[in-house]
Unconditional design. Structure first.
Lengths: 143, 218
């Protein structure tokens, strides 16, 4: 059973290719997208435990992609990868709702830890939503 | 701001922008090499545990690493040429080479604006005795005007031509509005045109921005 399902988003195909191989070897199920619009479409069609998103991409950058993704699905767990120590951009992303940001080249162990954190956070959200639904149903029955 | 200060500020801003862009590209290459190195390490660990190595996979990874090293070498060479553009206030500049360098230095920035820039081959070749760095800076200020005034997805052509007395470099592109510097950049633009003894023309929707300067052959 996969340790989690991840969407990798980066315009550099070599980076996607090698990182996805490493992550799959470590037990993750991995999909990739080479642009913001492609990533947004995938998040609407499928469910992911974590989205690893590059900060700088042509056409639509990481911040805009994050904003549009979260507008449609606020529960998404997004980790941004930045190629330069742009603390302001990273903080901006976290304030917008990203889980965290890491600087490239990223340590795979740190990345895997973040992915597990994202998976746990997502599971908690789903659990809370289910609990609320049950509570609401019981409420309508007068329990 | 005084014109002298504006010129200095514009010069520094341009230098910072280009070096930041180039170092970002190098970071991206290092990120790929980091992952390839990590994957080699993962495969060695797996081999110690009995999983056989796949020579074809190793060869592929090695090839990718070579490609990334060549890519980084290209970036460093361009950055080095850019750094040397300030060596002299007046040097013989091959305008075709300069346009190719400029296009490569700014490609990723233009991609982020969803604009594609290509370079037209100058025929005949044109050399100009001028401030190499100043000319690159003027082109960059022009490119910023292009980004602000063309549709996303546009193709832009860089060109150069010369006659006995003058050389012209510029952009051709379909524009939404006439190309002109925004109010923040106007002082930078005017001060550098003055310093280079150059003139600029942007003939409306026909979509060209031309910078003409004395040929000044050394």
């Amino acid at each position: 059973m996969a340790k989690g399902k991840v969407l990798l988003v980066d315009d550099n195909k070599d980076f996607l290719d090698v990182l996805s191989t490493r992550m799959e070897d470590k037990g993750l199920s991995v999909e990739t997208a080479v642009s913001g619009p492609e990533a947004i479409k995938k998040t609407q069609e499928d469910s992911y435990d974590a989205i690893i998103l590059d900060m700088v991409m042509p056409e639509m950058d990481g911040i805009e992609t994050l904003e549009r993704m979260l507008a449609k699905n606020p529960e998404l767990q997004v980790i941004l990868l930045t190629g330069h120590a742009s603390l302001e951009k990273g903080i901006e992303a976290v304030k917008m709702g990203a889980l965290d940001f890491l600087e490239k080249p990223a340590d795979i162990k740190a990345l895997m830890t973040k992915i597990q954190e994202a998976k746990a956070k997502k599971a908690l959200i789903v659990e809370k939503r289910s609990a609320k639904r049950i509570h609401d149903i019981l409420g309508t029955k007068g329990w | 701001m005084e014109p002298n200060d504006a010129r200095l500020r514009a010069g520094l801003t341009f230098f910072g922008r280009i070096t930041a862009n180039m170092t970002h590209e190098i970071k991206n290459v290092l990120a790929v090499i980091n992952e390839i190195s990590g994957l080699f390490s993962d495969l060695c660990t797996a081999a110690e545990r009995g999983r056989p190595l796949d020579p074809a996979q190793l060869a592929r990874l090695s090839g990718k690493m070579c490609e990334q090293i060549q890519r980084a070498d290209g970036v460093v060479k361009r950055l080095n040429r850019f750094a040397h553009s300030v060596d002299s206030p007046c040097q013989a500049v091959d305008l075709q080479e300069m346009l190719e360098l400029f296009s490569n230095l700014t490609r990723r920035l233009s991609e982020q604006k969803s604009v594609t820039v290509t370079v037209r081959t100058s025929d005949p070749a044109c050399t100009c005795g001028t401030d190499h760095y100043g000319l690159l800076l003027l082109l960059f200020l022009g490119l910023e005007m292009v980004w602000e005034n063309v549709e996303k997805g546009s193709s832009v052509t860089l060109f150069a031509r010369g006659d006995k007395d003058s050389a012209t470099v510029g952009f051709e592109c379909p524009v939404l509005r006439p190309l002109a510097p925004n109010p923040e950049k106007k002082l930078f633009w005017d001060s550098w045109l003055a310093k280079m003894n150059a003139t600029a023309a942007a003939p409306g929707k026909s979509g060209a921005l031309e910078i003409t300067l004395p040929r000044g052959l050394v």
